[in-house]
Design a protein around this ligand. Structure first.
Ligand code: E4P
Length: 217
């Protein structure tokens, strides 16, 4: 499973990339608003610091507007992926970009039927939002499993990008459910490596090693 980071903060991306933890980046309009900077400048900066795909979302809600904005965003860098809403207009824009070989990420997917149409439109990625389904007492991870079953049955190449993952358990669940990619906030990615038994075990080993008075180098 690939790991994308879900943020528009270049400093966070730089830090995680330094540990070799990142395969790509996703942004959305809310994350851009939080970053408080010019959208296209931030996307260009992120694209320059990472080799993998960087999702940049259109603001228009009609297909003509999405196509115009997506074309513009795709010229920022080769690794820009055009993020489109999972609506009828989004599907039309998706077909346009698929035909041109421009990668797309269909976002705000909340049902297996939406994911089926997204795959038929030739999207590169579908983004089912796990946490937002859990928020309303539905089973977000069941959606990932259903999409995996459908995509495998019909051999759709669209990749499942599990989104709205907010906890370490969500990441494990997405991996078990067969997501191709997990997009995860920076703090959650960093939390995945922590374990109290690793910390206490390392403290003991460090103390016992010091008691030997030896040096490896
Ligand atoms: C994914 O592309 C979205 O940006 C993101 O995962 C949404 O997460 P949230 O529901 O926690 O806002």
């Amino acid at each position: 499973m690939k790991f994308f980071v879900d943020t528009a903060q270049p400093d966070d991306i730089r830090a995680l990339n330094g540990y070799g933890l990142l395969d790509g980046v996703t942004t959305n309009p809310s994350l851009i608003a939080k970053a408080g900077r010019d959208f296209k400048d931030v996307v260009a900066e992120i694209c320059a610091m990472i080799d993998g795909p960087v999702s940049a979302e259109v603001a228009a809600t009609d297909s003509a507007g999405m196509i115009a904005e997506g074309e513009h965003l795709s010229r920022i860098a080769d690794n820009v992926v055009i993020k489109l809403p999972t609506t009828l207009d989004g599907l039309a824009a998706c077909r346009h970009f698929s035909a041109k070989g421009i990668r797309t990420n269909l976002t705000l997917c909340f049902s297996a039927n939406q994911a089926l149409l997204v795959a038929k439109a030739g999207a590169t990625y579908v983004s089912p939002f796990v946490g937002r389904l859990d928020d309303i007492n539905l089973d977000g991870m069941a959606l990932i499993r259903d999409i995996r079953t459908i995509y495998d049955r019909f051999a759709f190449p669209t990749q499942i990008l599990a989104a709205s993952l907010r906890t370490a358990n969500h990441v494990t669940g997405a991996a078990l459910a067969g997501a191709d990619v997990a997009t995860v906030p920076p703090a959650v990615i960093l939390g995945l490596i922590r374990h109290p038994l690793t910390d206490s075990g390392l403290a003991t080993f460090t103390k016992d090693w010091a008691a030997t008075g030896q040096s490896i180098l």
